[in-house]
Design a protein around this ligand. Sequence first.
Ligand SMILES: [Zn+2]
Length: 411
Amino acid sequence: MNKELMTKRIAENLEHLKQFTATPNKGCTRLPFTKEARQAADYLKTIMKEAGLEVKEDEAGNVFGFIYGSDTSLPCVMMGSHFDSVVNGGDYDGIAGVICAIEVARQLKNTNPKRTFVAAAFCDEEGMRFGTGYFGSGAILGNRTPEYCRTFTDKNDVSIYDAMLEYGLDPEKIENAKWKDNSIGYFIEAHIEQGPVLHAENTQIGLVDCIVGIDRYMVTVHGRSDHAGTTPMNMRLDAVDAATKVISKIADWARETDDGSVATVGYIKTIPGGMNIVAEACEFTVDIRSRNIENLEKISAKLHDALEHEVKAMGGSFDIQNKLAITPVNLDKSMLHMMEESCKNHNFSYRYMHSGAGHDALEIGQVIPTAMLFVPSKDGRSHCMVEHTEYSHFGNAALIMTELAEKLTSN
Ligand SMILES: [Zn+2]
């Protein structure tokens, strides 16, 4: 294997893909079922064919490249990531993992694998356009229906269903995108870290052993609006007063865990929102992430208790709506161990770490043995146009993943 050549090809492919954005010179904006998504998908098909893969686009808009093994009855080895982006995002989030997988396939082509190898490019992981996520990876597991496609719409009120029709897909056939049970034996995803750890430590490879679970809530505290000057402190039902007493504790609950759990209040709104009005309501979001389900549950319970306590003391009421609940996923130890051995053999610096962001591997890892590998993000920046990773890191990832794929496809 020639790592320099692999890196050079990965760099060329990623440079070429940079043009498929709706916001030239303002980062990558490649939303699902758009012209830019179509251009990128077509380019991926072209380079897959050039690499000698058999190409298929499925009913969900995912693109797959196959190298058939000598025993097609065995569950395949699938590797890949997503080819959509957020608005004004980076040029490597997702798509670099797709290009690395195609490079791995190119290397495997000459090894006569026993198992089939599949390079995968998933459609709409980010959920940016329709407020969803993991659309394509969910579809291969059978989790998407025509009804689902009709349910979610973008800010122009275009449904996934209509966007798919416009893109040339038939949403009525979305369920055909499901792969047969036990047809995928392993899934591996390479991705930029999107956080600061590897870059700060000057570590080349992150072996991801866990993707955190997420609990997300929308909370509304109800009080009563009154005149801010004339209503005595002991006679008001101040929604902001009660809500902020709860909010001020949330980050500390996460800090008190010893496993890196995080909790974020990213949105606060007061109603009606006047300088001289006691607020009748205060809305806020809470996003809790942890590798341990016990800590997700513990922080959620503290949130509920604090709301009970503070809102009762104020004399108002509250609603709490669970918007998202994802259980943490532990990734496959044996695949991680094989990649660790490769890192040692090549003298790559590495560390084990968890992923605080969701990925296609989170969706797929719920049911299929899955591993993930991170490469450094400069200053940890991502989901913004300054996102940057040196191409040599993608070459390292492709090398490690090729060695893993060789082992997995040979028996
Ligand atoms: Zn991503």
